[in-house]
Design a protein around this ligand. Structure first.
Ligand code: BMA
Length: 308
């Protein structure tokens, strides 16, 4: 089973007339709400700083974007960019999980291999345009790819996150405080399988999809050649640390020239998989440069997750 590309071309490209998004647009969050597709996308200008733009669409394919970013760095904690949004609606509130990339190295935020620190953060909004910062999931470690489940489980908010190279889970009463004692690993790279596409690292894609069989989790991974691909696994509805099924085959990989080359080669990277009328819309960044769309039927994906 493979996702089908909507087109050989990206659905959103950088805009040379707009300095903050002149270089790259990629890794968007997309939510379907009130009959509209709403996109929050990561964009870079020639300063290489990531900001988040907003676009809206009736069909999920043709987008109208706002002229200015809706979310941007505001102090030294995120001065090198706000990256990779994943948006979850719970009730009347939208929560954005994003990565703050900072330039300081403080006691609470250790140095990362490529310069400053990264912190997995949360923000909230009632209208998808005005965002208020909530706070971090954890500080002082290489942690990103976090995403909130769309409802509470057992009275707690639940998030997946990535403690390299594994996917972990975390629990909170209020999305502001996440107790490290409540964090446990869920699944990791298939290190023992030399042929596995995800033998080096794994991380979560978009918001977990609730089905009768369990939570469907789309994910990404890469091997020693650093080629990003997507896969899927199924975890228990009541205890999402319990992996029920995890097919070995990937469902998507870089093929188009703008995915194989791009700003970073061999990258497809997805933060969004909204389900609309039984179709899973997988939005992804290609080559960290442009935004593409691939789809499948939810029933086919679930069948593949269960039966391999
Ligand atoms: C990951 C993230 C993504 C990026 C990917 C490929 O670590 O930083 O933003 O798309 O690498 O470069």
């Amino acid at each position: 089973m493979k996702l089908a590309r909507h087109s050989h071309q990206p659905i959103l490209l950088p805009d040379a007339t707009s300095p903050w998004e002149s270089l790259n647009v990629f890794n968007p969050a997309v939510v379907h709400h009130n009959d509209l597709f709403h996109m929050l996308y990561r964009a870079q200008g020639h300063d290489f700083i990531s900001r988040i733009g907003y676009a809206v669409s009736t069909d999920g394919i043709i987008w109208n974007r706002m002229r200015d970013p809706v979310f941007a760095p505001y102090d030294s904690s995120d001065s090198r960019g706000v990256e990779d949004p994943r948006v979850t609606r719970i009730g009347d509130t939208f929560y954005m999980a994003y990565t703050a990339y900072n330039s300081e190295v403080s006691a609470s935020s250790a140095a990362m291999p490529y310069g400053g620190g990264i912190v997995p953060m949360f923000a909230r909004s009632k209208n998808l345009v005005e965002w208020e910062r909530i706070g971090p999931l954890v500080v002082g470690e290489d942690n990103k790819d976090h995403v909130l489940f769309p409802r509470q489980i057992d009275g707690k908010y639940v998030a997946l996150h990535r403690r390299w190279p594994d996917v972990w889970i975390a629990y909170s009463d209020d999305i502001a405080v996440w107790d490290p004692a409540d964090m446990t690993p869920v699944y990791g790279p298939r290190v023992d399988d030399e042929a596995a596409w995800d033998r080096k690292s794994v991380g979560s894609n978009g918001v977990p999809i609730e089905t009768a069989e369990g939570w469907l989790l789309l994910n990404h991974g890469y091997d020693d050649d650093h080629i990003y691909q997507f896969g899927v696994c199924l975890v228990d509805l009541d205890d999402p640390t319990k992996v029920l099924a995890r097919p070995t085959q990937s469902i998507f990989e870089p093929e188009e020239i703008w995915e194989v080359r791009g700003d970073v080669p061999n990258v497809v990277f997805s933060n969004a998989n909204p389900v609309v009328d039984g179709v899973v819309y997988v939005y992804y960044g290609g080559g960290d440069h442009a935004i593409g769309l691939a789809t499948c039927r939810l029933e086919d994906l679930l069948d593949f997750a269960v039966n391999g």
